[in-house]
Design a protein around this ligand. Structure first.
Ligand SMILES: Cc1ncc(COP(=O)(O)O)c(C=O)c1O
Length: 501
């Protein structure tokens, strides 16, 4: 396997690239640059107008131009600033302004992980490192990244294989079985649930023995880091600027993100450099790896995997915040049942439309919301402070989890006003500053060092490469790859005849 530090920065295999050019020409695929993912208004006008007639959930080449933060809630048109939800003080219990950008506006998978998938594959494609006519793209994931990868694979006309734990939500598997070429072969279930990433790696190592399989590992692929640094960071900044235009004097105090691959956390590196925002990484208290070198099982699907991803810029992290899956499961049931929403409207004076917007929050989004509340309390933030975070996916992926949660934990299997009141008191009103860790230098070193066991001992990363990541100079040096990749993508589109598509 190629080292993740051997960046695709030039054409490595001319013959593979030539085949790929011909293949994508035949399929009518124009590849967006990172610049176009960040600024979709700069995409060619022909594609932008073609988009109007394209279903956002179809494996259509034009949908690559919806792989960005600027889709409207219907995911048909595009906005000047990303769609977001701001929750009122009555609801959060804190004066700081808590704002979530909506990953459910992304095409095909209704989660922003489709962007990470594209960003990990595109540089390899244009470098001639991946042959879509002969190879399979293998997408190791806990559920959304692999769906994103399969969607991108469909558009590119190559075989995409999802590798994910068997215990992930049924909705993910239902989606996958509609999208992969051969469900029996292209959905690989690994043992366990959310936090069993080691088992995913073992499966990938086995699959990698076949040269026709290309493992596109989000946990170690710097394209994942860079796309969030280049696109998610500035998209969130635009939300902040929109708020600040209306309320001058606002300060961007924090960026909160639950970490799965830690790709999204890279947006924090951008927001910290530009605005001084403090970066909070979120994980499940049931699997407190960053908090406490701990382990365990939990149900905040998409996050916290008993390891420290290679692309996590640990030494730039300011806080680590633990959230219980009891809170996310419980509030998911309140936010997404009629009785629960009715209770919230009555108790907090939420308008029906605001209550409906809670449907944009999946389990990890609720974790992010609660972590933002904890950060505001811990750091004693006030009304001029903004905390930005992400609703990675929406509640529709967790309907089956909601049902089984109510059955399992609350025998009657249905939501009542009393239960809603109890869950809201327990998990929202009582969100406190427990499980909030200030990432001092010592803590950062501890977390960073923990990664050694996965990456150097287990996955064979050279110690010198592992260590390079301790310095911020390393992370800043990565930035130069983005314009290089954009040049390579632009040249590729020119050669495929799609430049002015
Ligand atoms: C639902 C959900 N939330 C959060 C995350 C974490 O995002 P990241 O991998 O960028 O850290 C993921 C990642 O797959 C996810 O699927």
């Amino acid at each position: 396997m190629t080292s993740p530090f051997d960046f695709p920065a030039r054409v490595d295999d001319r013959a593979v690239r030539d085949r790929t050019v011909a293949h994508l020409r035949a399929k009518g695929v124009r590849l967006p640059t990172f610049q176009e993912l960040a600024e979709p208004a700069e995409a060619p006008r022909t594609i932008r107008s073609e988009l109007k007639g394209v279903d956002p959930d179809a494996p259509h080449a034009a949908n690559l131009y919806r792989v960005n933060w600027y889709n409207d809630l219907k995911r048909a048109g595009q906005l000047a600033a990303p769609a977001f939800v701001e929750l009122p003080e009555a609801f959060t219990g804190v004066k700081a302004r808590i704002v979530l950008a909506l990953g459910a506006t992304f095409p095909m998978i209704k989660a922003h992980k489709v962007m990470a998938a594209y960003a990990c594959l595109a540089p390899r494609l244009v470098a001639g490192r991946f042959d879509p006519t002969r190879q399979r793209a293998i997408w190791p994931s806990t559920g959304n990244y692999c769906r994103g990868g399969v969607a991108i694979s469909r558009i590119l006309g190559c075989r995409g294989v999802a590798v994910l734990p068997a215990g992930m939500s049924q909705e993910r598997f239902d989606w996958l079985s509609q999208w992969v070429t051969t469900p029996d072969e292209d959905i690989v279930r690994t043992p366990g649930t959310e936090s069993n990433v080691k088992e995913i790696y073992d499966k990938c190592a086995e699959l990698a023995r076949d040269p026709e399989n290309e493992i596109v590992n989000q946990f170690s692929e710097f394209g994942n880091y860079l796309v969030h640094w280049r696109c998610t960071g500035p998209a969130l900044e635009r939300i902040f600027e929109t708020l600040r235009d209306m309320s001058p004097g606002l300060r961007l105090a924090g960026f909160v993100s639950a970490s799965g691959s830690a790709g999204t956390l890279a947006a924090g590196d951008y927001l910290k450099a530009e605005h001084g925002a403090r970066i909070a990484a979120v994980e499940a208290v049931e699997c407190p790896t960053l908090l406490n070198n701990g382990y365990g099982e939990h149900n905040i699907q998409g996050i916290g995997d008993k390891h420290v991803p290679l692309i996590h810029n640990v030494t730039n992290t300011d806080l680590v915040i633990g959230i219980s899956d009891k809170a996310t499961d419980g509030l998911n049931a309140v936010f997404n049942t009629e009785e629960g929403r009715a209770y919230l409207m009555q108790r907090f004076g939420l308008q029906p439309e605001a209550a409906r917007m809670l449907g944009y929050f999946g389990l990890s989004s609720i974790a992010n919301l609660l972590a933002a509340i904890k950060m505001a309390k811990h750091s004693r933030l006030g009304s001029n402070d903004v905390i930005l975070t992400i609703a990675t996916d929406g509640a529709e992926l967790y309907g089956s989890e909601l049902k089984s949660y109510l059955k399992r934990r609350h025998n009657q299997g249905s939501m009542t006003r009393e239960l809603a009141a109890k869950l809201v008191d327990q998990h929202l009103i009582c969100a406190n500053t427990r499980h909030v860790l200030d990432a001092t230098e010592r803590e950062r070193d501890r977390i960073f060092n923990l990664g050694y066991f996965t990456w150097v001992e287990q996955q064979g990363i050279a110690l010198v490469d592992f260590e390079r990541r301790r310095s911020q100079d390393f992370w800043r040096s990565l930035h130069t790859l983005v314009p290089q990749w954009d040049e390579m993508i632009t040249a590729f589109n020119r050669d495929s005849g799609m430049a002015a598509a």
